[in-house]
Design a protein around this ligand. Structure first.
Ligand code: CS2
Length: 483
């Protein structure tokens, strides 16, 4: 059967059960710039924008892709329309119309700056993953990072999100325009303030007053974002085509559950967030700590241990009873105590809901996708819990298992031919090549990675003992070694 390609001209041919933009797209204006239009952005923030647009035409999105033309090439012929599949028992498909354009940096730099200095632009959101922030081990801007070093020299011709935001804000200030709010939507603790410090540090290299202006005048709300978004695969493309009746080169998918919590700052109140289910609150910390430690900590645990045990997806790992049992104990007995001060937040309710979400059989979430960028994820998802458990004298046996599993995972990647998706891949693979199977020596090698294991942790005998024991047990087919 020949189907038409999704576009503004063919939209009316979509099957009736496919939800379509319920507003006049041509009447919308761009008021929102986004850096990093990957699947997560298109399944999450753009979905909220879509709902805002039903009442308020100011929130069409101009997206900026920093590294790849793939999304632009796939979506431009579709007038930037794409399908979002919500993975319930019967998937629900909706066409999202919130995206107006995808600009490429650096090729479209003038157009990017035109958007950044437009008086209409009030919001700039960012999903560039942990590594896109170019931070060093202590969470500060890494001025030796090649992109940052480049942007500090290049000024008006940046390549990193930090360089673009700094130059965009500099131009707005020069023109006497109010700054836009910068909303980080990545899984980093304290994401807004972390980005503010990075930008202020960047600006301080050239202009102290500008740096102080960033600190005092620009809003960088903290956020918590949550929705499981498996990467697009051929099966999704075929399912979306069959269900919608139109060909979409790059649909996206996510679980039905979605949450967005944003720190309630005046500069954020420009949109009616409550009407689309976004929570504005003064205290995001309680949400973002819990989410990073429960949802993301558990994900990374399943990824590294599950892969060692021959599992491919989150749902498969959850069907592996010893692994699922281990994960639940880890969450309830080791991670929950680190969230003791969560106040009204229901930690155990959140754990139960997370385990339920992970079991959703309609979501095929690859463990290999979650395993990416471990050197950036472990320090924010698991290491803070480990450090707090160590300081409080709580047991480390279970907490050590996912970390030791990550070490084994790196070594397995060396054996499989040496491909590792991680900004520290070269260092990690070299280290993995030196490992010889002796648990004590191998663990000691990994503990030299100071950006992951802060020196006090690396030298803590209780942690070293727990890691060595876990590493040894995992050597035989991913045995967990502790209850
Ligand atoms: C996952 C996250 O890929 C990963 O590392 O842990 O993308 C996770 O699915 C989301 O943060 C859920 O909100």
């Amino acid at each position: 059967m020949t189907r038409h390609r999704l576009s503004a001209a063919t939209l009316s041919e979509a099957r009736p059960q496919t939800a379509r933009p319920a507003y006049a797209r041509e009447a919308c204006r761009v008021g929102w710039v986004h850096f990093g239009p990957g699947a997560f952005h298109r399944a999450h923030q753009a979905y909220y924008a879509e709902r805002l647009l039903c009442r308020d035409p100011r929130w069409a999105i101009s997206a900026v892709s920093l590294h790849s033309a793939a999304a632009r090439d796939a979506l431009a012929p579709q007038d930037y329309l794409y399908c979002l599949a919500e993975l319930a028992e019967r998937p629900r498909i909706r066409v999202i119309g919130a995206l107006r354009e995808i600009l490429l940096a650096p090729a479209d730099r003038p157009a990017v700056f035109a958007r950044l200095v437009s008086a209409d632009t009030r919001l700039v959101t960012v999903t560039v993953t942990e590594k896109g922030y170019c931070l060093g081990g202590a969470g500060q801007l890494d001025v030796e990072h090649p992109d940052i070093a480049h942007d500090l020299r290049a000024g008006a011709a940046p390549c990193s999100v930090i360089g673009f935001l700094a130059e965009g804000l500099r131009r707005r200030r020069a023109q006497g325009l109010k700054p836009f709010a910068v909303i980080s939507c990545d899984n980093l603790p304290n994401n807004g303030p972390t980005l503010r410090s990075a930008l202020a540090a960047f600006a301080a290299h050239t202009d102290d007053r500008f740096s102080r202006w960033i600190e005092s005048e620009v809003a960088f709300p903290r956020t918590m974002v949550d929705s499981i978004t498996p990467a697009t695969d051929a099966e999704l493309i075929a399912r979306v085509a069959a269900a919608s009746g139109l060909e979409d080169a790059w649909p996206v998918q996510r679980e039905p559950f979605t949450q967005w919590v944003i720190e309630d700052l005046p500069a954020v109140r420009v949109a009616d967030w409550a009407s689309v289910g976004v929570t504005l609150t003064a205290d995001v910390a309680v949400y973002d700590r819990a989410k990073l430690r429960i949802v993301n900590g558990a994900h990374s645990t399943l990824a590294y241990i599950g892969l060692l045990r021959g599992r491919a997806t989150v749902a498969e790992a959850m069907a592996d009873a010893p692994l699922a049992g281990f994960l639940e104990r880890l969450l309830r007995e080791d991670i929950a105590p680190s969230l003791g001060g969560a106040g009204a937040f229901d930690v155990h309710g959140s754990i139960a809901a997370t385990l339920q979400r992970f079991r959703n059989p309609s979501v095929r979430h690859q463990l290999a996708q979650i395993a990416w960028d471990g050197s950036k994820k472990l320090p924010v998802r698991l290491m803070p819990t480990v450090a707090e458990a160590l300081a409080a004298g709580r047991p480390l046996e279970r907490l050590a298992v996912p970390i030791a599993a990550w070490m084994r995972f790196v070594i397995a990647r060396v054996r499989a031919g040496g491909v590792l998706n991680d900004p520290a891949a070269e260092r990690l693979l070299a280290l993995g090549r030196d490992c010889d199977g002796d648990a004590r020596r191998d663990v000691a090698r990994f503990l030299t990675l100071q950006d992951i294991f802060a020196p006090p942790l690396a030298a803590a005998p209780a942690l070293v003992r727990a890691l060595v024991a876990a590493y040894r047990a995992l050597g035989s087919g991913g045995q967990l070694g502790c209850e």
